[in-house]
Design a protein. Structure first.
Length: 322
């Protein structure tokens, strides 16, 4: 899937370390011109060509951080990687498809250079192979990331796997794969990154990508093993948040609802009545878009959420509360 274009913006350092300015291309919205606060952390986005002034808190910046994104070469993982690069993070893309990861890393770097022509510092974006369900593969990938980046600050576990089978027909080896990718992979990477952070005595943030399927049963999809796996991810995030809080490591979960990815579109094309059924159950009356995860993942990785841990942020248009 080709990810949607990011909102065009330019980023460059200003003032105190960690602060940055952004120029954003956005539709004009009439808003009162608020006076700046006396917060040193406030960052101002400068307008150009008639675009409005927009203010962004520096706490949302990911400058000088290294973020590992599993499953980052494609789908929602790639879209979230775009957001992290735009927010200033260096990124290590970890995926089964390393070649695709390398290709996307080059594209992201080109995009950043094109949209930030005055930037003197470019992000470091690398690609790494891992089968997230295998401990030795996970450990090799983490070692490789540390060798190339020198540290890891944040982690997004976006690698996932799902398929629909009636439970009585579901092959056991497929269930093992479903659990291995979604649960084992999340756990193994989280533990590996936490060991590094604890060894460095450094704070960090881990975001696990769950699903609303970890909270509710979506009719008519027969996907009991997947639902159970995503429920495990949600509880894993809560448990590790408590366990690692003394080390200043935050762990949160994002649970997307129905998101219009290329795979979702394929399913809906094959089942034309399904889209109307799904949207009728969503209070906002529409499905989400991949870019709807950009803000949440940036928020949870950044200092803007430094007092947030153990949360399950549902990006589902209100589906699970309806």
């Amino acid at each position: 899937m080709e990810p949607p274009d990011l909102q065009r913006q330019e980023i460059w350092p200003v003032g105190n370390a960690g602060q940055q300015r952004r120029r954003a291309m956005a539709p004009h919205i009439n808003e009162p011109d608020l006076e700046p606060t006396d917060m040193n952390q406030t960052v101002y986005s400068q307008s150009f060509k008639g675009i409005q002034h927009k203010r962004t808190l520096a706490q949302f910046s990911l400058e000088n951080t290294v973020t590992v994104v599993t499953g980052g070469a494609q789908g929602l993982g790639l879209v979230m990687t775009q957001a992290l690069v735009a927010s200033g993070s260096n990124v290590a893309i970890v995926d089964l498809k390393r070649t695709e990861g390398e290709y996307q890393a080059r594209k992201l770097l080109q995009q950043f250079s094109r949209e930030n022509p005055g930037s003197k510092v470019l992000p470091t974006i690398t690609a790494h192979f891992a089968d997230v369900s295998k401990p030795e593969s996970v450990n090799r990938a983490i070692d490789e990331v540390l060798e190339q980046h020198g540290k890891i600050d944040n982690l997004v576990t976006s690698a996932g796997f799902t398929e629909n089978f009636a439970a009585i027909d579901y092959p056991y080896d497929r269930m093992q794969k479903c659990w291995g990718v979604n649960v084992d992979g999340t756990y193994l990477f989280a533990v590996g990154v936490a060991k590094h952070l604890i060894g460095r005595k450094a704070p960090g943030s881990i975001v696990m990508i769950g699903s609303m399927s970890g909270t509710v049963v979506n009719v008519p999809q027969p996907q009991a093993p997947y639902n159970a796996a995503k429920a495990a991810v949600r509880q894993l995030a809560a448990s590790l948040a408590v366990e690692w809080a003394p080390y200043n490591i935050r762990v949160n979960c994002i649970s997307p609802g129905y998101i219009m990815t290329a795979l979702t579109r394929k399913i809906l094309n094959e089942n034309p009545d399904l889209e109307a059924k799904w949207t009728s159950l969503i209070p906002t009356g529409k499905m989400g878009l991949p870019e709807d995860l950009m803000g949440p993942v940036t928020f949870l990785l950044s200092d803007a959420s430094k007092y947030v841990t153990g949360a399950d942020l549902r990006v589902d248009g209100g589906y699970t509360i309806a």
